[in-house]
Structures are given as C-alpha cells and as structure tokens.
Write a protein that binds this ligand. Structure first.
Ligand SMILES: Cc1cc2nc3c(=O)[nH]c(=O)nc-3n(C[C@H](O)[C@H](O)[C@H](O)COP(=O)(O)OP(=O)(O)OC[C@H]3O[C@@H](n4cnc5c(N)ncnc54)[C@H](O)[C@@H]3O)c2cc1C
Length: 611
C-alpha cells in the first residue's frame, strides 16, 4: 500500500486496487473494515461520503445528538408527502460521517426479539437468533452498573469492541418505570437475553467508560488507525456507481467509481476516480443509499431504470421495495408539576455551560443522560394491560408480532420535551415529561426510487405510513397506554394534568386528555399531525432465497451479480421489534466470518455459516 496513514482525506491518495472495497463507514461498514483487515495479507478500502467523526463534539455527548440534525454530517432526507398522514413530508436524518448513523443516533442498545431473527430462517436459512447470538456477544463490552446488579452478565459480551453501559437517570424516570409496573407491564432485568424483550426498564446505552458515545467508528476504527497499514479509509468520498467487467457474461463487479463529496456552497467537481476490487465490493451505505447506488449502477426494477434511461445490468424487482420504518407517536407531552423535574433547562444554551464543563472534565454529569431513557416493550393484544377505554369504539388489531413472546409496541420515556426531532423546545415556563409509543411491526410498506441519474440528487422516499388501518389502531392503543401510565402513581404525582384543556393545538392537549374520554378519532387526528419516524428504515435490499422477491441471498451476495455483497440495514427482510444498531452490528460481525470463510476456507469460519 502506498500510504501508511489509515485515514486518507484526499481521494486521489487511494490505491488503484484493494482486495475488498467497503462502501459506507456506518454501523456495518466499520465492523467489516475492522474484521476483514485483521488478516494482514489482504488490503481493505473503506469509502465514506462524510467526514471523520474525530472533531465532532456534539456526536460524542450523549444528550446532544439532535443538535447535529440538518448539519453537514446529516444526509437530512425527506419523504414524499404522506397521503394518510395529512400530506406531511417527514424529515429522515441519517449520519454522514465515520460511524454513519451510529455517530448521530440516540444510543439505545437493544437486541430486539429472538423470534425477529428466527422468522427470517424460512427464506434465509442460517440467520436464526441462535446463529446471531454469539455475534451480539462478540461485539459488546458491557460495563455493569450498581443499579443493574440483576443483569445476568453471562448473556452479555465482555470482550467486544463496542462499549455499553447504563446512563444516570432522573427521579421522574424511576417513577415512570414504577408506574409502568403498576399498570401491569412486567419488569425486565435485561431486554437483551434469549428469554425475549417484553417488559419495562431503563435502557442500556452505547456509552463508554469516559461518558462518550461508543459509535461504530470509535469502537471499530479508532483503535486500529495506527496499526493496520492494510486498511485505508477515505473520507469525503462518494461512491457514484459500480463498475462492471466488460468481459464477463454474468454481471461481475470490478470496482467502484468515486467523486469528492460536494460541499454546500461550492460547485460539485466533475472529477471521477475508478478503484478496483480484487475480491469484491461490499455495499454498506445504509437503507437509503445502498438501493440508490444499485439502481444508479443498473441493478433494480427494469421499468424504473428504463424511465431514466439507465442501462440494465440485472433486473431485481425488490431493489428499493419493502421499505419499512418505525413510526412513533411523536412526544406525548406531560406538564411537570414542579420546576427541576426534567432536563428542559438544557435547551437554554446558557444552562449547558456548567454541564458541558463537567462532561469535558469528568465525562459525567447530566449530559450523559439518555433522551430515550427507558422503555416498555408490550403486545397490543395483552389482555393484562389497560388498552380498553369507555371512549373507544373497539379497535380491531391483528397479530403482526414475530412470535408469541415478541412485542408490537414500544413505549419510550424521555425526561424532556421531544418535539419535531428536538427543533422545538418546551413552551416557555414549562417542563415536559414525554412518552412516545412506537409501532414496531408496521404492515405498511413503502418504496424508494431514483429521481434522476445524478448520484447527488436525493432519491424519492415514500414511507407509505398508515396505509393499513391496523397500524393506526395499534398506535391508538399505544397512546391510551401512555395516558394510563401517566395517570398511575408515582409518575402521576410528578405531573400537572389539566382535565379542562380543550385546545387541541396545545402541546399538552393529548397528555391532559382522559383515556376514558378521548375518542379513537380524536387520537387518530392528533397522530396525523404529530407522528414521526423513530429513524429505523430497513428492507430496501432484502435478503431471501429468490431473486424475484429479494436482492441478496443468505450469504449476502446480490442475486445474479458476481463480486457484490450488501451488509447493512437494507438487507433486513422484516422490521425488527426494537432498535436496529445492535442487530446490524451483529449481522456485520457474522458477515465478516462468512466472507473470511469463503476466501480462507477455514473449518472454523465455515462452521459459522453452515446453512
Ligand atoms: C437520529 C437517529 C437515531 C437513532 N437511534 C437509534 C438508537 O437509539 N438505537 C439504535 O439501535 N438505532 C438507532 N438508530 C438507527 C441506527 O443508527 C441505524 O439503523 C444503523 O446505523 C444502520 O446502519 P447501516 O450500516 O445500515 O447504515 P448507517 O449507519 O447509516 O451507515 C451508512 C454509511 O454509509 C455512508 N454512505 C452512504 N452513501 C454513500 C456513498 N455513496 N459513498 C460513500 N459512503 C456512503 C453514510 O455516510 C454512512 O456513514 C437511529 C438512527 C438515527 C438516524
């Protein structure tokens, strides 16, 4: 290799050939870059459209991630107007820097439900929970916590690169947990064990011992930057298309075309470079950019490519389809009874100076709290929970869970206002405790398509939210459960609920509403104005056995295309019932063994992916 520095800020400094080229340094790409470059005999290039994470202070402090939305390190996507949600366009942030979305996310660590993975095995043999479980543990370095002595650490990893721990919590969060239990939600000592994820507790955070975010970049790249001359990471470099061999009868990827990533205010450069892969190219550009790149390269639905005059390389109708996202209610805001209950004071920049100084000096203090502080994973058909209401006309819901021990609703609590992704703060003079209900297993599926052949033009994203009444009904049930939790002691004692609030435009209107008086239609109308993404789009290059209904096979190779694999959230065949980072990291850990096994043929590696 020409350079001994792993991180190349100059695109032209990259070599012409590498054994592996990985596109996208997010959750999956960072894992692959680390694991594949463990073999000093192979060369690896990791290509990232964004910049380095190293100087991005707000990505390191657990509480400040919303402050990077719509900045240079956010792709800041937007959906098409959503016809079932008042025609609203939805803002979809995605990380555009080393670490990808793991550098800007809410740091909620979660394995999801074991049956989420077992349901894949029907069409993707080998991808069971049992197969992934060792990789969840391989990835993690869990630091216990005195308040979580009931975690059975034998289920958790302690030698991995990715650091997890527990955040401090406010009294109001402890009370919310108790109120969840008081309405009938069982306490779970740990959401991340084979027994499943139903129950309530404070969340585990991916935070390191210094109080800093442990992203895929800090975990998997930072420790090896000086010690892996066989790994190059090139930043501010966008992959614009795949390059195919002109000699092969079957489409065969030879490499990639790249360009400098355009910077706002400057004209984009026309210059392009070609970088070749001796073994293969692995797309890890995430659920939006991976299908976009496939289609720009001629892999996708023929009719879509024809519309833009893109020469067809391989017709795969599932590219860009099967888009599934977690829709959440938006913050249901409850007025705190007394000042000093929540962290809303941090929205005043003057109030952050001392906490920032404390965090910089010690890595501790209020800035290490989690915004998504705790959660309850429940089933909307659980007869033991108070979903019913005198005001409801009776909500029919079908079981969309992945198994009898898996949830279809997650309630998250936050010790501050979480309105419009954090762009709006608590009304002056108030403090807000927020509860959010999330639809974990939506029936509504969306799609993604190209607008033009320009790689820098954002694709058209149609989330197709609320296309199924079932999704609406499950979320209405979730809202009522949140209202009942807020009316249950001890949380109730910390809130000031005003039953005379009739102003439906008031931030507190739904929180104030009596679950036995507010109607299904009123909640539905509120949802149409307030639902938001929980930032988990998946499925746009789904894994499966058939090229008619999927994009990659169970070894994550693209159907009918040689030397091309996909490893990121786009390969998930179905939506997970929880948070997506830990599963994507476990998938990438396993994919690394699959890839190594294919090239080295070692028995140990092969055993890991015996299908
Ligand atoms: C605001 C937010 C909050 C979230 N909160 C949580 C949470 O609390 N817990 C949780 O588990 N999950 C959370 N998630 C989801 C989680 O972060 C993602 O599911 C996960 O990071 C997906 O991993 P990925 O590898 O598929 O993509 P990403 O991590 O998004 O990485 C893709 C990478 O590819 C790069 N890239 C894209 N196109 C190109 C190109 N053409 N050339 C070169 N590079 C390219 C991108 O810049 C990016 O670095 C959140 C996500 C967001 C955005």
């Amino acid at each position: 290799m020409g350079s001994s520095q792993s991180v190349l800020t100059d695109t032209s400094a990259a070599n012409s050939y590498y054994d592996y080229i990985i596109v996208g340094a997010g959750a999956a790409g960072c894992v692959l870059a680390n694991r594949l470059s463990e073999d000093p005999a192979v060369s690896v290039l990791l290509v990232e459209a964004g910049k380095s994470h190293v100087d991005e202070l707000k990505t390191k402090i657990p509480m400040t991630f919303p402050q990077v939305f719509k900045t240079q390190i956010d792709w800041a996507y937007e959906t098409t107007p959503q016809q079932n949600v008042s025609g609203r366009r939805f803002f979809w942030p995605r990380g555009k820097l080393l670490g990808g979305s793991t550098s800007i996310n809410a740091m909620m660590y979660h394995h999801c439900a074991p049956s989420d993975f077992d349901e894949w095995t029907a069409d993707a043999p080998g991808w069971s929970y049992a197969a992934l479980r060792p990789y969840f543990r391989k990835a993690e370095k869990y630091a216990g916590h005195e308040l979580h002595g009931d975690v059975d650490v034998s289920h958790r990893g302690n030698e991995g690169l990715w650091q997890t721990s527990h955040a401090p919590r406010l009294d109001v969060c402890n009370d919310c947990l108790q109120s969840c239990r008081n309405v009938g939600i069982p306490y779970s000592s740990d959401f991340n064990t084979p027994k499943g994820t139903l129950g309530c507790n404070h969340m585990t955070s991916f935070c390191d011992a210094k109080g800093h975010r442990s992203s895929a970049a800090t975990a998997y790249l930072s420790p090896i930057l000086a010690s892996r001359p066989n790994l190059h990471i090139v930043t501010m470099t966008s992959t614009t298309r795949l390059i195919f061999s002109p000699l092969s009868s079957v489409p065969k990827v030879m490499g990639i075309e790249v360009a400098r990533t355009p910077v706002a205010g400057k004209p984009p450069s026309e210059q392009r470079w070609i970088i070749n892969a001796r073994r293969e190219v692995i797309l890890s550009a995430g659920s939006i950019n991976t299908p976009q790149l496939l289609m720009l390269s001629g892999i996708g639905p023929k009719d879509e490519l024809d519309k833009l005059g893109i020469p067809l390389v391989k017709h795969l109708s599932a590219v860009g389809q099967n888009l599934s996202d977690h829709l959440m209610t938006g913050g249901i805001s409850f007025r705190a009874a007394k000042p000093g209950t929540t962290l809303d004071y941090l929205s005043n920049p003057a109030n952050t100076l001392l906490p920032l100084a404390q965090w910089l000096l010690t890595g501790g203090g209020v800035l290490t709290n989690m915004i998504g502080a705790g959660a309850a994973f429940v089933r909307s058909d659980d007869p033991g929970l108070p979903f019913e209401s005198k005001a409801s006309k009776g909500l029919e819901t079908t079981d969309e869970t992945s198994g009898k021990d898996a949830p279809d609703l997650e309630l998250v609590w936050a010790p501050l206002a979480f309105l419009d992704h954090g762009f709006k703060t608590a009304p002056t003079g108030t403090e807000v405790f927020s509860l959010v209900a999330t639809l974990l297993r939506p029936k509504s599926l969306g799609s993604l398509s190209l607008v033009s052949t320009d790689p820098f033009e954002k694709p058209r994203i149609d989330a197709n939210y609320f296309a199924h009444q079932n999704d609406v009904n499950v979320l209405i049930k979730g809202v009522r459960l949140c209202l009942r939790i807020a009316r249950s002691r001890p949380l109730f004692n910390r809130l000031n609920l005003r039953s005379d609030n009739t102003d439906k435009d008031d931030v507190f209107w739904l929180g104030d509403a009596d679950p036995d008086k507010v109607t299904d239609d009123e909640i539905h109308e509120w949802l149409k104005k307030n639902v938001e993404t929980l930032y988990h789009p998946i499925g746009t290059a789904r894994m499966g056995s058939s090229s008619e209904s999927s994009v990659v096979n169970p070894t994550l190779r693209v159907h009918g295309v040689d030397n091309l694999r996909i490893v990121d959230a786009s390969i998930l065949p179905y939506q997970l019932s929880g948070h997506t980072t830990a599963p994507v990291i476990a998938i990438a850990e396993r994919a690394s063994d699959i890839i190594k096994g294919e090239y080295t043929g070692t028995a140990a590696a092969k055993a890991n992916y015996a299908f």
